[in-house]
Design a protein around this ligand. Structure first.
Ligand code: 13P
Length: 254
């Protein structure tokens, strides 16, 4: 597949996998995906497995991501993990503002923006998630919701930082439901996101930002989704938990 931007496909393991299970998965991915050069491959295990997974992928084409981080660098923030601590495990990416954190932890856009700034300060690349619920889509509010989340979550980022930021469009109604956005629906929203980025940062920055699609991505729909001009990768949940499905998603996207 000839894409303007290099595809980035990340597995968000969410709150799944012991250390032993994580190693099984990542060792299997290493075997299956060793020859892949066309796609940036990222795995985002739970914090507890970052250390061991980091060692296991040292000599591979798989990169490490975390699922969240604190906006603070250190201090009295019980239960939080700082960017610098992630760097100790050679983490390169961090998912911020996933809809599950927006929903269950009540994370607002302004907090996500501060986390994104903290991530860049530590040379971590944020993967910033945005997406509307079904009720919002049906009420005709998709652009309003996605636009507001996007602008609010990017506050304070420079052009250089924006280029190193990944945006993930994850419609809430497609997450874990088996009901993915159609390729046309995904392309429409991705084009809208890129237009918003162009308004805020200019055309040349917007053209370089990679926008992932997330929500029930599987081997059978990956190719069509990745074929869309403004879809530059995927953020995969359930199908990233097994060697076979995650590696097929990647191979089917090339
Ligand atoms: P599913 O792929 O399980 O729908 O999850 C998507 C997601 O939330 C990835 O961050």
């Amino acid at each position: 597949m000839n894409k303007e931007r290099k595809l980035i496909i990340a597995g968000n393991w969410k709150m799944n996998k012991t250390v032993a299970e994580s190693l099984d998965l990542v060792n299997g991915l290493k075997r299956e995906l060793a020859s892949v050069k066309e796609v940036d491959i990222v795995v985002c295990p739970p914090f507890t497995a970052l250390g061991e997974v980091s060692k296991a992928i040292l000599d591979s084409n798989i990169r490490l991501g975390a699922q969240n981080m604190s906006e603070h660098n250190f201090g009295a923030y019980t239960g939080e993990v700082a960017a610098g601590m992630l760097k100790e495990f050679s983490v390169r990416y961090v998912i911020l503002g996933h809809s599950e954190r927006r929903q269950y932890q009540g994370e607002p856009d302004a907090l996500i923006a501060r986390k994104a700034t903290a991530a860049h300060a530590a040379s971590l690349r944020p993967i910033i998630c945005v997406g509307e619920t079904l009720a919002q889509r049906e009420a005709g509010e998709m652009e309003k919701i996605v636009g507001t989340q996007l602008r609010g979550s990017l506050v304070g980022l420079s052009e250089e930082q924006m280029i190193e930021t990944i945006v993930a469009y994850e419609p809430v109604w497609a997450i874990g439901t088996g009901r993915n956005a159609t390729a046309a629906q995904a392309q429409e929203v991705h084009a809208f996101i890129r237009k918003e980025l162009a308004t805020a940062y200019g055309e040349s920055v917007a053209r370089r930002v990679r926008i992932q699609y997330g929500g029930s991505v599987k081997p059978s729909n990956a190719r069509e989704l990745m074929n869309q001009p403004d879809v530059d990768g995927a953020l995969v949940g359930g199908a990233a938990l097994e060697v076979r499905s995650f590696s097929e998603i990647i191979k089917n996207s090339i």
